[in-house]
Design a protein around this ligand. Structure first.
Ligand SMILES: O=C(O)C1=N[C@H](C(=O)O)C[C@H](O)C1
Length: 308
């Protein structure tokens, strides 16, 4: 089994395209997977929230992972697989299943939602999962979806657990706990930006990359942004960061992944823009607005002498 020490770079959490009769459009999924990796993405996420994992049955989930695993194997790319729930015992069983895919470099596991355990309970949950998971865990911290805040001390305890390789950080901004973590990163641990809009500031502060639905679009620009911050090309990074933030804002004008599916459909990359209930398709105006931002995504070259 491939096991990254810690995930780095730009990961695209693939949408799940559907056919006109509501089945998974496997060929389109495979095309998307190849396309974003070809365009420079470092890895894929199968079964993220962007992939509408909550609306897929067990067989469909396996089909999605099969496609992503095959493409990642062929292209030597990293593969994170979304797994787990708000119950520790069934999350451990779901993680154990990932043995079936030796291509998996990690599992993306959300902080237990809805139950609202104490922070100590969250730590106990991940301690148990990390002890038995066949792959390293990337903790998905998204309190506006889970209703479970985590303070700096708990985050640090989670980051130092053996078997935890990173956090997808999506708290809706750059806050004190993530500054604390990035200011003194535990070894073999990555912070990945999970809010598309805050990718650039997070990279500037030392995030190792991001898991970003909007990187389906202009994928190469997202990887360019990560490279620019990593290599200290600050002027270029700022320009790219602002341009891509405009794209992300347009892509998230309605619940994810509805606008992105609308854009991918308009680009002819998926056979329908369909999403499963309770999601509703994005309004045409939102899709057109995102297409327009994408079309005008001009990032001027800055002469070397003017770079600061
Ligand atoms: O599926 C994911 O992983 C992502 N989900 C977030 C969300 O839907 O809130 C957005 C992020 O870009 C990636």
């Amino acid at each position: 089994m491939v096991q990254d020490a810690s995930p780095r770079g730009i990961f695209v959490p693939l949408v799940t395209p559907f056919t006109t009769d509501g089945r998974i459009a496997v060929d389109a999924l495979e095309g998307l997977a190849h396309g974003v990796l070809e365009a420079g993405a470092d890895g894929l996420v199968a079964l993220g929230s962007t992939g509408e994992a909550a609306a897929l049955d067990t067989e469909e989930k396996a089909a999605v992972i099969d496609v992503c695993a095959r493409v990642c194997r062929e292209r030597h790319a990293s593969l994170l697989i979304g797994a787990g729930s708000n119950d520790t015992r069934s999350s451990a069983l779901a993680l154990a299943e990932l043995k079936r895919w030796p291509e998996a470099t990690g599992a993306l596991v959300a902080v237990p939602y809805f139950t609202r355990p104490s922070e100590a309970g969250v730590l106990a949950h991940f301690t148990r999962l990390a002890a038995t998971s066949p792959v390293p865990l990337v903790i998905y911290h998204i309190p506006y979806r889970t209703a479970q805040p985590l303070g700096a001390a708990t985050l640090r305890s989670l980051a130092t657990l053996s078997g935890v390789s990173g956090v997808k950080y999506a708290t809706g901004g750059v806050d004190q706990p993530v500054l604390d973590l990035l200011g003194d990163l535990p070894p073999q641990f990555s912070v990945l930006a999970g809010d598309d809009l805050f990718l650039s500031p997070m990279l500037a502060l030392g995030a190792a990359g991001g898991i970003l639905a909007s990187a389906h679009l202009a994928t190469g620009r997202f990887t360019e942004l990560a490279t620019a911050w990593r290599t200290g090309d600050v002027t270029r990074a700022r320009l790219l960061g602002h341009a891509l933030a405009r794209l992300s804002a347009a892509a998230f004008a309605e619940p994810n992944p509805t606008v992105i599916k609308g854009v991918l459909y308009a680009q002819g990359r998926i056979p329908t823009p369909d999403v499963r209930l309770p999601l509703l398709p994005a309004r045409p105006a939102s899709v057109e607005a995102a297409l327009s931002v994408l079309m005008h995504l001009a990032v001027p070259e800055v002469p070397t002498a003017e770079r600061r």
